[in-house]
Design a protein around this ligand. Sequence first.
Ligand code: ATP
Ligand code: FE
Length: 334
Amino acid sequence: VIILAIESSCDDTSAAIIKNKTILSNIVAGQSVHEQYGGVVPELASRAHQQNIVPVVDTALKKAGISPDEINAIAFTRGPGLLGSLLVGTSFAKSMALGLQIPLVEVNHMHGHVLAHFIEDGTPSPAFPFLCLTVSGGHTQIVHVTSPTEMKIIGETIDDAAGEAFDKTAKILNLPYPGGPLIDKYAQMGNPKAFTFSKPRIDGYNFSFSGLKTSILYTIQKLEKEHPNIRKEALYDICASVQHTIVEILFDKLTKAATELGIKEVAIAGGVSANSLLRSELERIGKTKGWNTYIPRFEYCTDNAAMIGIAGYYEYLQGRFADQSVAPLARLAF
Ligand code: ATP
Ligand code: FE
């Protein structure tokens, strides 16, 4: 089965060609226009998707060496995400499927992040059932996965996402958007115990990150009274301490869930799973708990169409197709 997959939920326009579970091409066009605004500007994102979608799909086909008439189905991200962004990918997928007279498959973006683990790229895939900590720019979820098409959220953030915590901290530190990768880089040169920030007290498997942002801001503002340049002088230590705290909050709940449910297959996914401390901590904690741990390859952590392709492949096998009346949903249910 050859599937063309399209992802346009946020600020990356991506197209992939997937043959069964193998990726033949995975093209991602990022959007630098947002950097100067310190966050994604929805109106600019949808315009950039419109400019990028045709060349990105064209490049994906060429790189895979596949002609349009060889494609069996088109998978696209229906949601969740920015409506204007989703509209571009959805409309493109619908018209191309109509033109080629092939089935259309809708994919939930968050299922895509989880299913990135099943791309055949030489890395092992988790066995069922497993837990997946999906940490991205807009979501923080602990997902209990029983099959490629059956999964449920057992814990999630009640306010900000983990990625947002990174990005908002970056903003406080005057670092460009998205701040996660830079905080990761600077943290490697800092002391993770230099500052302590208050951690949320939330029951069950849910998360909260909005209090952390406030705690970081107040801590810095207080120190600034005596050290006006603290944001610059202690940049590496602040980054290391923030990253350490975020990762600790995430593992408190992931470990609790794995222990209470008796699950030893544990995975991470989403943009924040590119974080070096999160990755090394998963391995370290996993060893002490006897878990088998799984981390997607770097290029399948942040938004990409390959993960939409693998999710679409499983939907295709189930014979679950969308029709031409399908519309994107910004808050598509999990
Ligand atoms: P969602 O999937 O919830 O709709 P999204 O698609 O915008 O959100 P992703 O592309 O999956 O999110 O992830 C982007 C987020 O990952 C950003 O918040 C970014 O700062 C964060 N991120 C990327 N690399 C790293 C890193 N090395 N360390 C920490 N955070 C990172
Ligand atoms: Fe995402």
